[in-house]
Design a protein. Sequence first.
Length: 315
Amino acid sequence: MRTRLALCLAAFVLCLSVPALADEADNLTCRARLTSDSGPMLDGWINGQIQEALVRANQRKPNCADCPIRELQKAIGTSRPERLTFVPHARFEQWVRAQPGINRCHLRFGETIYGSRAYNLPWLLPFNRRIIFVADSIRLYDHVIGIDKLSHFIREGLEHWQNIRHGRNLEDLIQKEFGSPGWQLGWNEHGLKGMSLTGVVSYADIAAGYSGFRFWTDLLSIDGPGSFVAYDAASGRFVQNRPVTLGAYVNDTWDEGVNYSVFDPALDREVAAALERRSMTRDVANCRALASLPDAQLYVNPRCLDADVGRTAGR
């Protein structure tokens, strides 16, 4: 049954022309290659979208309390499917991809820690049993992240905020985002977003979504403590009362080179061999500090939280 499903998925992937099904990042390799920080440029996009959203909200009829919330979600939270794949990526990530002025690390697949086999060739899925495309990495307020994290920050963060407004529990939502271990076709980290397709479960993806929930809470709690948007009674308009900076939300948990992913055993051996050739390690000493972050148990690799484990993180 598993082979039949894999062959069906392979046939589907053969029809795709855009490598958007399964992005992973290699920040361990990219760390030394990034020369400048992209934080201010990305902040500029978000603050520009806020300003445009508030212009539209203020053009609505009076006493429309929900207008800024709706407009902000549309302006910043919209995801668009990639051409032909129909896999949604946040407009924010797509904008970053298109900016030539953003310093990024782009790796040929063979340069990456995943490059021992041609996992980036979809038609070899029946033989390789996984597909991996590598996202470019950027430096964001001195943290190295794959640009795919921007979609998790925006998309999953907004979904968490919306679900919690309807009485859901954040811990349950994040557990659903992980999914259940074992081969499956669910849209979660153990399914097609990760282990079933790439052989990778990314704690950094989950961490970016958690940070996104914090961002959306701050943005959409109009007139609330710490909100970016307030209603100005004197002018009768919604205004931005302070600028957004992504530096308040990004941290090392977004970085797979610190908040280590878990790999399928076969891929784990290949990655370990690639790291050994480069004199690199996944030393848990490098991620111990993540344990002090709020709700760290929800989105940090458990091996980084457990003082009794050995020195190497991963499976």
